[in-house]
Design a protein around this ligand. Structure first.
Ligand SMILES: Nc1ncnc2c1ncn2[C@@H]1O[C@H](COP(=O)(O)OP(=O)(O)O)[C@@H](O)[C@H]1O
Ligand SMILES: Cc1ncc(COP(=O)(O)OP(=O)(O)O)c(N)n1
Length: 299
């Protein structure tokens, strides 16, 4: 990698609760040391227990946001998150034509929130498969989303699904999804017994990415954090297996140190290590600007 700061672009939806979506993506980019940019395709009124409203951004504004970023800052990797409707998917597909063909695209096929709300209209599944998967470098479904992509039961409205058993169908699902056009498939492990991610590369090679399962309770945004970290690692120039390993480790750590004291539902993951940052920023202000501290403290 050259000395230039890598730039990542998230094309996704805002989560007003700050746990998932655009907000999680920008935090994951920052944690990885890349510059984060965004094309916001929709807004959710969302907290840790519910999604109460979803609004889509108009298609031309979506395309224009991507154009503005590509033409000036350049893009080293793209992450696509919640896209919501087929009209938005169509705009995202048009916007991707502005991104150079050799730039990796990570697609997180977001369908259902941790709180249970549906985030992708059922009629939009087909558009996601037909318009976005063929331009995708790595698609990162969780197990229920993987089933839905190949037309399984999750497509009928239970995309959250049950945790897979030790003998779940991840390998067969990865092969079936690969046939739909993405270069590589990474089935994430949050819904699998051992929280193992499974990577299927374009040549059919399978790699299991092991990691500890941490107690649930603060996993809101784990999928967004995972896919954004993966995009950032690719932007940094790492090969796919190393990038997938880093994404598994960092998403797992973000769940482990997740904010169980924030919200009444599943708390947001913490990819930045906020308690440590709080301590560090207090010490830094003392160290670099004692006069400011004195002035703030003065009557
Ligand atoms: N409880 C957990 N402990 C450790 N890692 C987890 C846990 N839940 C999810 N992960 C990791 O976080 C990433 C996102 O996984 P997943 O939960 O499957 O996605 P989503 O949030 O889209 O449902 C994966 O790398 C997964 O292995
Ligand atoms: C606006 C928005 N985008 C994505 C999600 C889903 O986030 P994800 O990390 O995939 O999964 P959960 O944390 O919700 O399980 C969302 N809720 N909102």
């Amino acid at each position: 990698m050259s000395g230039r700061t890598p730039v990542c672009l998230t094309i996704a939806t805002s989560d007003s609760g700050g746990g998932a979506g655009i907000q999680a993506d920008l935090k994951a980019f920052a944690a990885a040391g890349v510059h984060g940019t965004s094309a916001i395709v929709g807004l959710t009124a969302q907290n840790t227990v519910a999604v109460t409203r979803i609004v889509q951004i108009d298609p031309e504004t979506i395309v224009e946001q991507v154009r503005a970023v590509v033409e000036d800052l350049g893009v080293d990797a793209v992450k696509i998150g919640m896209v919501g409707t087929s009209t938005t998917i169509d705009a995202v597909a048009r916007a991707l034509e502005l991104v150079p063909a050799d730039v990796p695209v990570v697609l997180d096929p977001v369908m259902v929130a941790e709180s249970g709300a549906r985030l992708l209209e059922v009629e939009a599944h087909r558009a996601l498969v037909e318009r976005l998967l063929p331009r995708t470098t790595v698609v990162t479904p969780n197990l229920p989303e993987a089933r839905a992509l190949v037309g399984g039961p999750a497509a009928r409205g239970d995309a959250r699904g049950a945790a897979g058993s030790a003998g779940d169908d991840a390998e067969q699902l990865a092969a079936a999804i690969a046939a739909l056009g993405p270069a590589n498939v990474l089935i994430t492990g949050g819904h699998r017994d051992r929280a193992e991610d499974l990577l299927r590369q374009s040549d059919g090679t399978l790699t299991v990415l092991h990691g500890e399962r941490h107690p649930d309770g603060a996993a809101h945004g784990s999928g967004c954090t995972h896919s954004s970290t993966l995009a950032a690692q690719l932007a940094l120039g790492h090969d796919l297996v190393s990038a997938a390993r880093a994404a598994r480790a960092i998403a797992g750590e973000a769940v482990r140190q997740g904010l169980r004291d924030v919200g009444r539902g599943a708390g947001p993951v913490d990819v930045l290590g906020l308690p440590e940052l709080r301590l560090r920023s207090a010490a830094t202000v003392e160290a670099v600007a004692p006069s400011v501290v004195e002035r703030v403290g003065a009557p």
